[in-house]
Write a protein that binds this ligand. Structure first.
Ligand code: PGA
Length: 234
């Protein structure tokens, strides 16, 4: 069983989500499918597909115009929320400390945070990939998770770029994350790979040790692209 999570970013409508859910309804798979959609689509009746949000406020409630709390997300029936996606880190200056606070807020309302970590091209070229990944995990994961988290390794330079690291690079990154989580007492945490996953590379990526699933951006928007990823592995 793998976890196949889609991240719709700021794309789609309630209609295209209903079409996707209808298309996924009869797929024969043991995999856990999650669609992380814009807030306006959270209340959609999704059948066996799990719904998640893409961000959450670190605050419980109050004068934070435009923000959405974990409790508000949870009351829509959503079960997951992405935190610390590279686009949030890049465009909204989210640090590991902010990501950690958001993950804590999610956990307090019973949501499973999908916590993203990964290096930029500058960090990769400076030879800092392992350091960024390890500090990302250690500093973004809250203390008290009850084992209810998912980690996503997303090399930031590869997102939406049609680029993927080599299989040995993915294996090394995931092994480091697995070892770091074990050291933190979180040995069974699922670890997803994300960045330019497609139907043509999904099976190979998910056969790499410590890759428990994928987080898919562009290729999760259309059934014809997303279904081959879901069915590429049992
Ligand atoms: P991509 O995006 O699959 O379009 O590269 C992945 C992500 O941002 O989660």
């Amino acid at each position: 069983m793998k976890i196949i999570a889609g991240n719709w970013k700021m794309n789609g409508t309630r209609n295209t989500l209903s079409e996707m859910i209808a298309a996924l309804e009869h797929i024969d798979t043991e995999n856990r499918v999650i669609l992380c959609v814009p807030y306006t689509m959270l209340c959609t009746n999704s059948g066996k597909i799990n719904i998640g949000a893409q961000d959450v406020s670190a605050h419980d409630h109050g004068a934070y115009t435009g923000e959405i709390s974990a409790k508000m997300i949870a009351e829509t029936g959503a079960k997951y929320v992405i935190v610390g996606h590279s686009e949030r880190r890049q465009y909204h200056n989210e640090t590991n400390a902010i990501v950690r606070a958001k993950a804590s807020a999610a956990l307090a309302s019973g949501l499973t945070p999908i916590i993203c970590v990964g290096e930029t091209m500058d960090e990769k070229q400076a030879g800092k990939t392992m350091e960024i990944i390890e500090s990302g995990v250690r500093e973004s994961v809250p203390d008290d998770t009850n084992g209810n988290i998912i980690i996503a390794y997303e090399p930031r330079w590869a997102i939406g770029a049609g680029l993927t690291p080599s299989a040995p690079e993915i294996a090394t990154a995931h092994e480091l994350i697995a070892n770091t989580l074990t050291d933190m007492g979180l040995a069974n945490t699922p670890i997803l790979y994300g960045a330019s996953v497609k139907g043509t590379n999904a099976a190979q990526i998910m056969s790499i040790p410590h890759v428990d699933g994928v987080l898919v951006g562009g290729a999760s928007l259309k059934p014809d692209d997303f279904i081959p990823i879901i069915t590429s592995t049992k």
